[in-house]
Design a protein around this ligand. Sequence first.
Ligand SMILES: [Zn+2]
Ligand SMILES: [Zn+2]
Length: 277
Amino acid sequence: MSNHYRMRLKFWGVRGSTPTPAAENLAYGGNTPCLEVRFPDNRIFVFDAGTGIRNLGLSLGEEFGYRDLSVKIFLTHFHWDHIQGLPFFEPLYHEGCKAAFYAFSPQASLQEMLKGQMKSPYFPVEFEFMAARKDYVNMGQESMHFGEVSVHPFPLHHPQGAFGYRIESGSAVIVYASDLEHGDPKLDKTVREYSEGADILIFDSQFTPQQYRNHQGWGHSTWLEATKVARDSNVKRLFLFHHHPSHDDRTFSRLVEEARAHFGNTDGAREGQEFDL
Ligand SMILES: [Zn+2]
Ligand SMILES: [Zn+2]
């Protein structure tokens, strides 16, 4: 593959809340959230560590081996569906690998938060057993700069809090905004500001507007709200994301069609798809 891109995005997990590995879901995919953003110099940034990160780990191992692999892993928050793949991320078991974790972690240190899900009796292997070199950045709201790449975190309206990310490289912009609920005036404005002019906006579309009526306060949004943000923020392309576990391929394709009537350049995020910017 050529390196003529500013950023390459790949969806490794797109499903919300819980994995749904059933035949009727496989066109969009059953793994929980994980995105890979790669830069031309092969730097690899990962966003969220849902079950999709397992396949990413295996794929990186095949491509680079496990001797000198380095990734940055940015977490939106610590709900299960965004961290549950981490114990199965193969590079973490190899001494030659390096992982730097970035998250907003107000309750406890980021390291403690990550250890938690692997504590006895929840998992047979302790987090410390994983041999990779691990670094932790308990980030705030400040922008982070990595050479010509910058990552701008912004707060989302979600139970226990969550962060979205605006990722910029050259003139290309990807905005990752999952998990959030609309309806908080201040944060509705924030997500629009950070999404301004994005080439790609990935947005929490867990519910239909009808479903949402019975799920206010659950921390998720709708495809309709996603199209409004995309329009208000002059986004070029919208991906509906964090698919509801009970939306099978057929249902979800219909929702994507409905969304296109409101914002033409809309797609449903599909596991395995990649895009060059
Ligand atoms: Zn989630
Ligand atoms: Zn969540």
